[in-house]
Design a protein around this ligand. Structure first.
Ligand code: SAH
Length: 347
């Protein structure tokens, strides 16, 4: 595989353009072109420079291969990477803007029992540029520019565990939030982790004030171990300590994802235990009814049970939201589309 030009920061690109014997203003032209989602072959540069770049770098690292549109307006994208691997992303339209959910790895090796991304394990990490290109491609397709972005918010909640691909994800975040590029503020970015404690700690030092989101889904370690193998490695107490550290260092409150699973974690007693666990913490809880995954024997709760759970949290002073399951008709949950696609022999 060739290298990915979109991996480079503006400074790195400027050094490359300089090394090619080109004038400095070319770097800005190339950078802006790339950030608008252009291919190398579409860049306004001289033929010899274009040939040189195409010799070393992928022309279009991330291609949109298919688009599925849900009745609620959510769009799901199947992307193809230069080596033929497939990843997926989702664009959700809200009143305040459009949120894109991106993948950070091809597959995932965390093994959560309710998640389709993990069914075939992790094939490889995405590079910083590949993650960025998911966004650049969708922003362009939706008619966005660098000034008037069609993608205003980003969540790292697609396939993959962001902190299992730490270096590339941090580089991606720096390029995503840099001035002169697509320039999405860290405050409009959420990173979701299953709770890799050492990386959570390390991330608190990076100076990227995004919304740190932790997939909790359980109230005791024993219960968490039933659905999330990572709970064998790190305890909830360690995760909470890392969250406190994150808050102390960044001043940002943190968010817990809690998927409501029938017969597993969604009773009144569980809600009360969750309140006790989180009482007094500067956090928010996102509840979502589990999106049933065909290959997994787990089901989401009904709407009534979910509302009741939310009520208990609110009554006990825990800030919480019950998320709508968006795009359920197009396989909205992580990894569902790719899994279906591979299964149908489309590759
Ligand atoms: N690896 C990261 C981010 C990817 S998953 C993490 O674990 O946080 C994004 C979120 O979707 C996580 O909270 C994950 O637990 C949740 N999720 C996965 N499969 C789901 C499903 N079938 N229904 C509802 N939520 C799901």
């Amino acid at each position: 595989m060739k290298k990915i030009l979109q991996d480079l920061s503006y400074e790195e690109l400027a050094a490359l353009v300089n090394a090619c014997g080109e004038k400095a203003f070319r770097a800005k032209q190339i950078f802006e072109g790339l950030m608008q989602g252009k291919k190398i072959s579409e860049l306004p540069v001289s033929a010899p420079l274009r040939a040189k770049l195409l010799d070393m770098y992928e022309d279009e690292p991330v291609k949109i291969r298919e688009i599925f549109t849900s009745q609620d307006g959510t769009k799901k994208f199947l992307f193809e990477l230069a080596d033929g691997n497939l990843i997926e992303g989702v664009l959700m339209k809200y009143k305040y803007g459009n949120t894109q959910c991106v993948s950070t790895q091809v597959g995932c090796r965390m093994g959560c029992k309710f998640c389709a991304s993990t069914l075939g394990g992790r094939l490889r990490d995405l590079t910083a540029g590949e993650i960025l290109c998911e966004i650049l491609a969708v922003n362009r397709l939706e008619g966005g520019t660098l000034r008037e972005r069609a993608v205003t918010n980003v969540v790292l909640m697609g396939s993959g565990e962001p902190f299992d691909n730490y270096e590339n994800v941090v580089k991606f975040l720096r390029n995503l939030t840099a001035e002169g590029g697509i320039h999405i503020s860290a405050r409009n970015v959420s990173l979701s982790t299953c709770g890799l404690v050492p990386e959570m700690r390390r991330f608190a030092e990076e100076g990227i004030p995004l919304n740190l989101t932790i997939s909790l889904h359980a109230i005791t370690d024993e219960q968490r171990r039933r659905t999330m193998p990572i709970a064998n490695k790190y305890s909830i107490a360690e995760i909470l300590a890392a969250c406190s550290e994150y808050f102390e260092k960044t001043g940002r409150r943190y968010i817990f994802e809690y998927s409501l699973i029938e017969g597993e974690n969604a009773d009144e007693a569980h809600a009360l235990a969750l309140c006790a666990l989180l009482k007094g913490r500067p956090c928010h809880v996102n509840l979502i009814r589990l999106n049933a995954v065909k290959e997994r024997n787990l089901k989401g709760t009904d709407e009534r049970t979910a509302r009741k759970f939310l009520e208990i949290l609110e009554k006990n002073g825990i800030s919480a939201t019950l998320r709508r399951s968006m795009g359920a008709d197009i396989g909205g949950a992580c990894g569902q589309l790719r899994a279906a696609y591979l299964e149908n022999g489309n590759e």
